[in-house]
Design a protein around this ligand. Structure first.
Ligand code: SF4
Length: 433
């Protein structure tokens, strides 16, 4: 195979920069593996190492600082046949550390080459996540206050299946990169190198520093792990094949349009457990069966079975741009907890507004027209009251009529649940006279 280096853009770094050795070793490795440019994607991070993709005639992706692994993940999942190599500096490692952990845990077949030169070279030699405490950087003493990251130890703890640490000067660099690239899973290489442009200016003997670090890591027993675990992409595709197909959405057929469609804003004020959002959804479904636009906006705390539950529904013959409601046409007051949240709305409601109020709750004084509903007489349990009030609305000026409500219920429920809901609607409508 011939070189994949881009003849119109030869590798260009400060004299003596380790990055150049990595570029050439990577090219050698591609050749040795017999890969063509079309079979490779190089995804780069920000920094001097971010230039890598421009030096090769391969697919390339260059994005935000620290995020290279996220792009590479999407790329590899979409194109599993590609050999995806991610190039990142120790700056990107610090900034995108969480993505490194996720990649270790996930074990998608990507190769991450960390070009670790212990500082942010491109921006002037500031301390990075891997700067040793004894090093001097443009950040003054800051690099000495934080413990340097041993990324191999971290990757090991996160479950990476291929971890390697090597000096950029090592004669075996191309060969070791090749091993990482052919590993079926996530491989991480900590490639320690020298940044003569910045780091060496403040640290006279960087090679000695790398040797001392290597020794320190070895003493600590930092893992260079080569193990196997199911590759994520293969496992993912297998699971997808086995998974039940997603049930197609039931189409809504518009059969009975209301006589005089108008835009209506309806506010449901209730509590958790009262099936407020279900009733609001049924109203939307009914409107859609009548060929109207409908929007639903829910407001409830994170808690389950506790706290307020409010839904805002707009139904209209016109597309709805804003889904919030300032001045409702209709309010369904179902619990004091819900009413309390919107007491100002009730207090300022216009005389033309209609409030349907469960008779046992208290609401603020209002000029709106009031209808009190005795839900006990209707035999409507707490979680049926929203639907009961909705059914009563179909006897008033609501553009959603009884037929549309029935169709919405048939869309939403089946069997006993449907029977129960239809019976409740019948009782509520009869009581409304
Ligand atoms: S600043 Fe450092 S890392 Fe960047 S090209 Fe120069 S020597 Fe290499």
């Amino acid at each position: 195979m011939t070189s994949l280096l881009n003849p119109s853009r030869p590798p260009f770094f400060c004299p003596g920069c380790s990055h150049e050795r990595v570029v050439r070793s990577l090219d050698k490795c591609f050749q040795h593996l017999g890969l063509s440019g079309n079979q490779i994607a190089i995804v780069t991070d920000i920094g001097c190492s971010g230039l890598f993709d421009t030096f090769f005639n391969t697919h390339a992706l260059h994005g935000l600082h620290g995020r290279a692994l996220t792009y590479a993940t999407g790329l590899k999942l979409a194109c599993p046949g590609l050999t995806v190599v991610v190039i990142m500096g120790d700056g990107g490692l610090g900034i995108g550390g969480a993505h490194v952990l996720s990649s270790c845990r996930r074990n998608l077949d990507l190769s991450l080459l960390i070009l670790n030169n212990f500082n942010y070279g491109m921006t002037g030699g500031q301390c990075s996540a891997t700067t040793p405490a004894e090093a001097s950087t443009a950040s003054g003493f800051l690099g000495q206050l934080e413990a340097p990251l041993d990324i191999c130890a971290v990757a090991d703890a996160a479950g990476a299946t291929w971890i390697d640490r090597i000096s950029a000067d090592d004669a075996a660099l191309a060969e070791r990169i090749g091993h990482a690239l052919t590993h079926n899973g996530f491989s991480l290489m900590d490639i320690m190198g020298i940044c003569p442009g910045r780091f060496s200016k403040r640290n006279r003997q960087p090679k000695k520093l790398i040797a001392a670090l290597s020794e320190r890591f070895e003493k600590r027993g930092t893992p260079e792990r080569h193990s196997s675990r199911e590759e994520y992409g293969e496992a993912y595709r297998k699971r997808c094949e086995q998974a039940q197909p997603v049930r197609p959405m039931r189409p809504i057929s518009c059969t009975s349009a209301p006589a005089e469609p108008a835009t209506l804003r309806i506010l449901f004020l209730g509590s958790a457990g009262q099936r407020i959002s279900t009733a609001a959804e049924i109203l939307c479904l009914a409107a859609m069966h009548g060929g109207l636009y409908a929007t639903q906006k829910n407001d409830y705390p994170i808690t389950v079975l506790r706290g307020h539950s409010i839904s805002e529904v707009i139904i209209s013959p016109f597309p709805i741009g804003f889904t919030g409601i300032k001045s409702p046409d209709i309010i369904l007051a179902l619990s004091e907890e819900g009413v309390e949240r919107r007491k100002d709305t009730i207090g300022s409601a216009a005389p033309s507004s209609l409030i349907l109020q469960v008779s046992e709750i208290v609401i603020p004084d209002t000029k709106a027209r009031l209808i009190r509903v005795d839900c006990t007489a209707l035999q409507a349990a707490k979680n049926q009251r929203a639907l009961a009030l909705l059914a009563m609305l179909t006897t008033t000026q609501l553009t959603v009529n009884a037929e549309l409500l029935r169709r919405a219920l048939e869309h939403k429920f089946k069997d006993d649940q449907l029977e129960e809901a239809l019976a409740l609607v019948e009782r509520a409508r009869s009581s409304a006279g």
